[in-house]
Design a binder for this molecule. Structure first.
Ligand SMILES: Cc1cc2nc3c(=O)[nH]c(=O)nc-3n(C[C@H](O)[C@H](O)[C@H](O)COP(=O)(O)O)c2cc1C
Length: 177
């Protein structure tokens, strides 16, 4: 897809994946997009765990199904977990702000890049907000104190329909001056 706005319209939260496995190379491209994301002071406060072994995928899926609304998660074929890492800021900046000051925003951007690259490759994604972080840490050998940025479920959508976006009206939230 060449038109970026069209890609933004095509990217949508996918809540049901087909049986088709996701190619390793496609997952690698998604995290490469995350790696290339901009960040405050280029601090790159992230690392990525790609879960592609199907045994582990189903165990991670079960960590995110506390909410009944997320029961479809069992159809996910992969996960990308974005972890928050220590941001290294230059002394001239870090004397004004806490080192993690930009980290949440940076991770949000990296998460968006990952989801958009996935959409460009025909993959569906859904960010999962509620999950058993402790259990995921145990399963993936992640230090218990590690902050999670985002947990992204991936797979090929079982339904190709692109829904109309529900968004605030352009004129209600944009002001040109
Ligand atoms: C931080 C975050 C957490 C989310 N958690 C969930 C979730 O647990 N389950 C779910 O089905 N969707 C979840 N979503 C998806 C949002 O509901 C979705 O992005 C929003 O409704 C807009 O729809 P769209 O992504 O299809 O454009 C989450 C999105 C974000 C950014």
């Amino acid at each position: 897809m060449n038109d970026f706005l069209e890609l933004c319209k095509a990217r949508q939260s996918c809540r049901g994946f087909s049986e088709q496995p996701v190619e390793h190379d496609k997952l690698a491209r998604c995290v490469e997009a995350g790696r290339l994301t901009h960040s405050g002071c280029n601090a790159q406060p992230w690392s990525f765990v790609v879960v592609e072994s199907q045994n582990m995928v189903s165990q991670i899926a079960s960590c995110g199904q506390q909410l009944k609304q997320n029961s479809w998660l069992g159809t996910a074929k992969a996960f990308i977990i974005v972890l928050e890492e220590h941001a290294i800021l230059s002394p001239t900046i870090s004397c004004f702000i806490d080192s993690q000051y930009f980290a949440k925003g940076d991770i949000g951007a990296a998460t968006a890049y990952i989801c958009l690259e996935a959409a460009a490759q025909g993959l569906g994604t859904c960010i999962i907000g509620i999950y058993d972080r402790k259990k995921i840490c145990e399963l993936l050998n992640i230090p218990a104190e590690k902050q999670f940025g985002s947990v992204i479920a991936l797979g090929y959508p079982s339904n190709a329909l692109i829904r109309e976006k529900k968004r605030k009206a352009f004129e209600d939230i944009v002001r040109f001056v």
